[in-house]
Design a protein around this ligand. Structure first.
Ligand SMILES: Nc1ncnc2c1ncn2[C@@H]1O[C@H](COP(=O)(O)OP(=O)(O)O)[C@@H](O)[C@H]1O
Ligand SMILES: [Mg+2]
Length: 312
């Protein structure tokens, strides 16, 4: 049985006058899925999201939410989505609490027990006027209002850029709970660690074009764990171990190399058999992927053998 996607975007293009912000954006988001929309500043994340919200009209391509055209059916779609923009603007003379309730009212929802528990979890002082709030507090107001809404799709545009790690963790837990509840979540970010924590699949956007889409596992096989080890007995045949790359050995009992993730078990067993003394291991991060695409150091990150079969 085919589940229909919550978001379906196909070959979306958006021009602002002569400037083409989106060239080719294609991805789906399924129910019960956290989709990470990753790219550097200016790549087109917010433009894609504003198009999805019907705030901008696409130049060409299709975008649907719940199977409906995002521009023509914006009103009915909005009844069932919650959204937190990248830049949160609040009414300066209203208190945080008043604004949360206003946001809820605008979405035809009510202040609930859940709203109270979110306010408590994020530690927001709702009695203060919004003009006294820091960026992080403004974000909390928007997050609390969005998270306390009942919706089938939640869209967060760089939601945690002003939050401290503790509040970021609270946000992550909330998103996981929504996912467990079968909701669809679109989360844009240029913070890779945040996405690695939460997302089932990610799409990487660069200069208005999605250049890769896949599960984290699919992406991680493209990167390798970096290891530095010392052993008691000489590592004479480490170079012949499958999955070991870029081996550097200053002497027979110490080595630095990269390991394919699917070869980890075998390689660690090999190392243990040589009486491992010290081990430093740096796990693969999306940073590595980013370097491949955006960095000047692309040559350092292995890419020639990895193929490019993840994005159809
Ligand atoms: N209303 C607009 N008019 C002209 N250019 C715009 C407009 N909105 C965004 N852009 C441009 O489109 C590109 C993508 O912007 P944006 O979607 O905000 O990127 P991101 O959210 O990934 O940082 C940028 O070069 C930005 O300057
Ligand atoms: Mg943006």
């Amino acid at each position: 049985m085919q589940i229909s996607p919550v978001i379906h975007i196909s070959h979306l293009q958006k021009r602002f006058g002569k400037f083409q912000a989106l060239h080719d954006v294609t991805f789906d988001v399924q129910p019960g899925e956290v989709f990470g929309f990753i790219g550097p500043n200016g790549a087109g994340k917010s433009t894609t999201i504003r198009t999805l919200l019907g705030l901008l009209r696409a130049t060409s391509g299709t975008a649907t939410i719940f199977g409906k055209d995002v521009f023509r059916n914006a009103v009915s779609i909005h009844k069932n989505i919650a959204y937190v923009p990248g830049d949160v603007y609040l009414w300066p003379n209203l208190t945080g609490g008043e604004i949360i309730d206003l946001f809820l009212k605008l979405s035809h929802q009510r202040h609930s027990k859940r709203t109270d528990s979110l306010i408590k979890a994020f530690g927001l002082d709702t009695s203060k006027k919004a003009r006294t709030y820091s960026k992080g507090n403004r974000q909390k107001v928007a997050l609390i209002a969005a998270l306390s809404q009942t919706a089938d799709l939640y869209i967060f545009d760089e939601p945690t850029s002003g939050l401290d790690p503790l509040n970021e963790q609270i946000f992550q837990d909330e998103v996981k709970a929504l996912k467990a509840d079968g909701k669809a979540i679109l989360l844009s970010s240029h913070i890779l660690s945040e996405v690695e924590q939460m997302c089932d699949r990610i799409g990487i956007i660069r200069e208005g074009t999605i250049i890769e889409t896949g599960t984290l596992a699919e992406m991680q096989h493209l990167t390798r764990t970096q290891m530095t080890v010392t052993t008691k007995t000489p590592l004479t045949d480490l170079t012949n171990q499958p999955g070991v790359h870029q081996l550097k050995q200053s002497d027979p009992t110490s080595a630095t190399f990269a390991v394919d993730s699917d070869a980890m078990t075998v390689v660690t067993q090999y190392l243990a058999a040589h009486q491992l003394l010290t081990l430093k291991s740096t796990p693969p991060t999306l940073e590595d992927l980013f370097l491949r695409y955006y960095g000047k150091q692309t040559d350092q990150v292995t890419n020639s053998e990895t193929g490019d079969g993840t994005d159809a």
